[in-house]
Ligand binder design. Sequence first.
Ligand code: FEO
Ligand code: CA
Ligand code: CA
Ligand code: CA
Length: 588
Amino acid sequence: GNGVSGTSTLLGFQGLPPSEADTVTVPPGYRAQVLTAWGEPVGIAGAPMPPWREDASNSAEEQALQYGMHHDGMQFLPLQDDGRRGLLVINHEYTDDGLLHPDGGDPWSAEKVRKDQAAHGLSVSEVELHEGQWRLVRPSRYARRITATTPCALQGPAAGHALLRTAADPDGRRVLGTFANCAMGRTPWGTVLSGEENFAFYFNAGPRPDAHQKRWELPNGSFNRWEAHDARFDAVKHPHEPNRFGWIVELDPMDPGSAPVKRTALGRAAHEGAWVALTRDGRAVVYSGEDARFEYLYKFVSRDRVKPAADGLTAAQANRELLDHGTLYVARFDAEGRGRWLPLVHGQGPLTAANGFADQGEVLIKTRQASDLLGATKLDRPEWLAIHPASGEVFCSLTNNSRRGQGGQPGVDAANPRAANAMGQILRWREDGDFHAETFTWRHLLLAGDPANARAEARGDVKGDAFGCPDGLCFDPRGVLWVQTDVAAGHLHRGEFARLGNNQMLACDVTTGEVRRFLTGPVNCEITGATFTPDGRTLFVNVQHPGEPASDRSDPKNINRFSRWPFGGRPRSATVVVQKLDGGVIGS
Ligand code: FEO
Ligand code: CA
Ligand code: CA
Ligand code: CA
C-alpha cells in the first residue's frame, strides 16, 4: 500500500498497507461488519435455533442447525429485483477438531465424528438490507443445512456405474453427503455449483493402497479419523465409497426440498469449484480446476442449450439435466501462448478398454489417469476461475507449487515458469471464437511475489501492491477482478512472505494490470468467498480459519490459538459485509 492512486480509472479507493493485526481492515470510507459466524443458527423454519456456545459444547444435532465451520466459497442469490433480500449459500470446507469440541479431538468419539460431519457441507440462509445494514432473516423457509450425511443424487454418465456401487447403495445413485466443499460458482439458471476438493484425505486406504487409490493420494489413516466410528470412510472395507466424492455438486437453493446433485459428466477431481460461461448459441461451458500439485484444468461443454423458465418450471428445474450431457476436456498449455482442450471421451485416442477404461463412466471416475494419458499440462494447483463479464476472457489462479522442479518432480514449463514456486501466478486466456472452442490463446496476468525477495522466483511482476498465493477470484459487476490470498499459516510473516502481511483481498484492473490492496484479514486466516450484490454496493466475504495453528491443522492436541477474532474469544470463521459509508459502489 503506497496509498497513491495509480493510473487505473476503475480503482477509486486508497490502497491499504500490509497488516499483521488481528482484525479486518478496509480502506478509508468503507466499513466491514461481521454478519454471521460458525455456530450461529441458520434459522431453519420449523426447527429449533440453538444458540452458539462459546465453550464449543453444542451437540452434533445442534451443529446441524447452525452455520458450519471454515466458510469458503459463497454466493449471494437475490430474492427480489432490487437485490435488498437474498440467499447466502456458503461452503463449510473442513473442520478443526481443536476448536470444534470443548476438549479438542482427544479423546475421539462417535459423537465428535457426528459433530464434525454436521459442521461440513453447505448452509443456505436468508439476508436482507434493513436501514442500510444487512441482517439475517430467521426463521426462513429457504434456510437449510447440507452436511456430510445429507442424501445427494448422482447423475450423468457415471451414475449407477459399478465403481460407484456400495453395500449401502447397490444402485450407485444415492450418496450420503458432500464435504470438502471449497469454491462455489453460480449458474445462469439460478443454481450453485460447489466443488468437493480435498475429499481423498477423508478416507483410509490402509497400508497397501491399489494403483487407483495411490493416484488419488488416499492416505493410510484418514486426516479426520471418521473411519473409527463410521465404517464407510474405511476404503479398505468400502473401496468404492471414495469414488462417490470429488464431484461438482449442483444445488437449487430456491427449492428448499431439492436434493443436491453430483454431476458426474463434469469429471471427478479434487475440484476447487466450477464456473459457468454461455456460448453464443446458449450452451453452458463449465470451467473447473483441480487444486493439487501437478494436476489439471477442465472444461465441460453441454450438449444442449440452456432452457428458460417455462410451463410452471423455474429455470433451475427446466435445466436439471443440462449438466448431464456434454463433452469434458482437459487443458494443455503450449509454448508461444497457444493452448488446446483435449477431449476426455471414451474410445478416442488412448482412452480405451486396453488402457483400463471400460466405458465413459470409468473415464469420468478416473479423470486424473485419463488426463495423464492425454498429456495434459500439470499445473501449479489451479484454484478459482473467473470469467470477465464483458470480454469473456477467462482467468485462473495457480496458487503455488513448492515441488515444481524439485527432486524428480516435473520441471518448469511455459504456464508454470518458476521452480519451487512459493508465490503462484494468474493465467488468462481467450477461447478461439467462442467458449466451446478446442483451442485458445493464453498469457499470464501476473506472477505473484514480493519484489524485495532475494530469490528471483519469489519476486514476481505485480504492478502495485505485492501479495503471494492467489486463490479466490471473482469479477464484480464493473469488471474489476478481485483476488484473495491463501498463504499457509506456517509461511505468513516469515521468509519470502515477511513483508506481505496477513491474508488479504486485492482489486486488479485487468486492462492496466494494476493491483491494489483492499482488505486485510485477521491473524492466520484465509480470505475467500467474495460475492457482490447485483448493484455492486455490498460485498460479502468470508474469513476462514482465523488463528489456524502454523504447524499442522490436523493435530487434535494443538489448541493454541493466535487469533481471538471475531468476538474476542474462540476464533470463528465468519462472513463479513463490506459497504461504502456513502452507499457507493465497492472499489469505485
Ligand atoms: Fe480449498 Fe484449494 O482451496
Ligand atoms: Ca481455495
Ligand atoms: Ca488455497
Ligand atoms: Ca484454507
